[in-house]
Design a protein around this ligand. Structure first.
Ligand SMILES: *Cc1c(COP(=O)(O)O)cnc(C)c1O
Length: 375
């Protein structure tokens, strides 16, 4: 492909920091670089505690353990999301309850959440699709009134905000991803953010195989031992060293992506005016990190022809998601509340355009290809 869909951006300092980690002879987790990364997250996001994990999936699994979910407990979430949003809870025997998304932001429709609450409901998982915030004030208010935990799936949301608050700082818990397809990357990687300090100590224990090793290393206890359920959720220092190089450049990376996103948005305005496609919507109280540029096309047939025509012009475009409520595992482990018409419609019509640091003039090439592909 002349223009690939994604191209991981490297700042140039990754190998330098990895060589420092190598020189420190501390290769396991929770060394100097892990500390720097978690402090950076705590300062930039304003969460109480940030714990690096080996993926966002791992952070979601930790959140499901922290929420003390058991078999039959219910978790409300959108169907239009990545599988890990649901899988983490299914692993605990909980039931994902899928509700529809809003037609504008493609985020969970907050007006449909209350109808999905039953005596078994324990948590709500809003997913900030494309790095654009869910309607968090309404969601937090529902959670407060029904005594539910809110776990933000902020896999795509680093450096975005809602009413001036960073995504990941609003729910009781939040999960980030540093997968190479996200904005700030370490290959595989993630973080659990803790905003309700009630969860802080247990989160550390779950992450360290169910032991109080973190407290032992801080000199708070004189031996460490098995205290709780847990697993190994922490990344090694080489990953954290890579990630540190990215965090140092996080503002520049975000600005560059926003530039590309803005150019797409301007160049595609007339396409929308002529009814050929629909562009993303950003609510006025949100700033976003330009994680994704997507188009909504008229129907599935147009989208299939579009992806083929783009490919013929050397431009890779992709679609997602197969809605979880209609996937084999979703049918087996979850259930839907109400109709999921927006979800079903969007899943057939959405296509993502290439967006990566270094794309530069490629944005114009892509838009010219869009013009030709739509005929
Ligand atoms: C990428 C993504 C995940 C999973 O992240 P990993 O770090 O790959 O585990 C989960 N949820 C959403 C919404 C994502 O986009």
């Amino acid at each position: 492909m002349r223009i690939p869909f994604n191209k991981p951006y490297m700042t140039g300092k990754e190998l330098w920091y990895i060589s420092q980690a190598h020189g420190n002879s501390h290769l396991a987790g929770d060394g100097v670089f892990t500390r720097q990364c978690s402090q950076w997250l705590e300062q930039r996001i304003g969460c109480r505690k940030a714990l690096l994990t080996h993926s966002c999936t791992a952070a979601l699994e930790m959140a499901a353990i922290l929420a003390d979910l058991g078999p039959g407990d219910e978790v409300i979430m959108p169907s239009y999301t990545f599988v890990s949003t649901a899988n983490a809870f299914v692993l605990r025997g909980a039931v994902p309850v899928f509700v529809d998304i809003r037609a504008d932001t493609l985020n969970i429709d907050e007006t449909k959440i209350e109808a999905a609450i039953t005596p078994r409901t324990r948590a709500i998982v809003p997913v900030h699709y494309a790095g654009v915030a869910c309607e968090m004030d309404v969601i937090m208010d529902i959670a407060l009134r029904h005594n539910l935990i809110v776990i933000e799936d902020a896999a795509q949301g680093i450096m975005s905000s809602y009413k001036g608050r960073a995504l990941g700082s609003i729910g009781h818990l939040a999960c980030l991803s540093f997968h190479e397809t996200k904005n700030i990357i370490s290959g595989e990687g993630g973080a659990l953010l803790v905003n309700d300090s009630e969860f802080s100590q247990r989160a550390e224990i779950i992450r360290e195989k169910g032991t109080n090793r973190s407290q032992f290393f801080r000199g708070l206890v004189d031996k460490y031992t098995w205290c709780d359920v847990g697993s190994s959720y922490l990344p090694g220092e080489l990953i954290a060293a890579f990630l540190w190089a990215q965090m140092e450049e996080a503002d520049a990376i975000t600005a560059k992506r926003q530039e590309h996103w803005g150019l797409y948005h301007r160049l595609l305005a007339t396409f929308e005016e002529k009814g050929r496609l629909r562009r993303p919507r950003i609510p006025p109280n949100c700033t976003h990190n330009a994680h994704m540029y997507y188009l909504l096309l008229p129907d599935l047939q147009v989208r299939s022809a579009f992806i083929t025509a783009m490919k013929q012009q050397g431009v890779a475009t992709v679609f997602h998601y197969v809605p979880l409520h209609s996937a084999p595992a979703g049918l087996r482990f979850g259930r839907s509340c109400g109709t999921l018409n927006v979800t079903d419609s969007v899943a057939k019509r959405l296509v993502r355009l290439p967006l990566w640091v270094g794309l530069d003039d490629g944005v114009k090439t892509v838009v010219a290809a869009v013009d030709a592909a739509l005929g």
